[in-house]
Design a protein around this ligand. Structure first.
Ligand SMILES: O=c1ccn([C@H]2C[C@H](O)[C@@H](CO)O2)c(=O)[nH]1
Ligand SMILES: [Zn+2]
Length: 131
């Protein structure tokens, strides 16, 4: 992925982070996915008084893309105000795996980022090919 494209995706995640609904944790997260035909879909974390119903930013972004008919996703970026680049939780990793998103960009507001492959993010994954 070229640097310019990667920075654009991180910027989209930073923008969508502003929509975060996180009154319980006060931890705002933004994500953005790039579809193979060049569209960007954002997502933020959306919390609930029943804490377990919270939807992470990564899953919101992926579900936004899939709801618009875009299942073929080339990359996902996730951003939070963290010391090290923000890393997707286990539930989100499984959803990232479902759609075989090959490139995962973890970033923070300091401008630091780290890119990993799906294989690095979710080794020994449970896959629908095992069903
Ligand atoms: O990668 C992450 C990690 C956490 N969260 C959300 C879930 C919850 O709303 C808050 C604190 O865990 O951050 C995300 O959206 N993505
Ligand atoms: Zn998550």
């Amino acid at each position: 992925m070229i640097e310019q494209e990667l920075q654009k995706l991180i910027q989209a995640a930073i923008e969508t982070r502003k929509q975060s609904y996180s009154p319980y944790s006060n931890f705002a997260v933004g994500a953005a996915v790039l579809s193979n035909d060049g569209y960007i879909y954002g997502g933020c974390n959306i919390e609930n008084a029943s804490y377990g119903l919270t939807n992470c930013a990564e899953r919101t972004a992926i579900f936004n893309a899939v709801s618009d008919g875009k299942r073929n996703i080339s990359a996902i970026a996730v951003v939070a105000d963290t010391d090290r680049p923000c890393s997707p939780c286990g539930a989100c990793r499984q959803v990232i795996g479902e759609f075989k998103i090959p490139c995962i960009i973890m970033a923070n507001l300091k401008g630091e980022y780290k890119t990993v492959t799906l294989e690095e993010l979710l080794p020994f994954s449970f896959s629908n090919t095992d069903l």
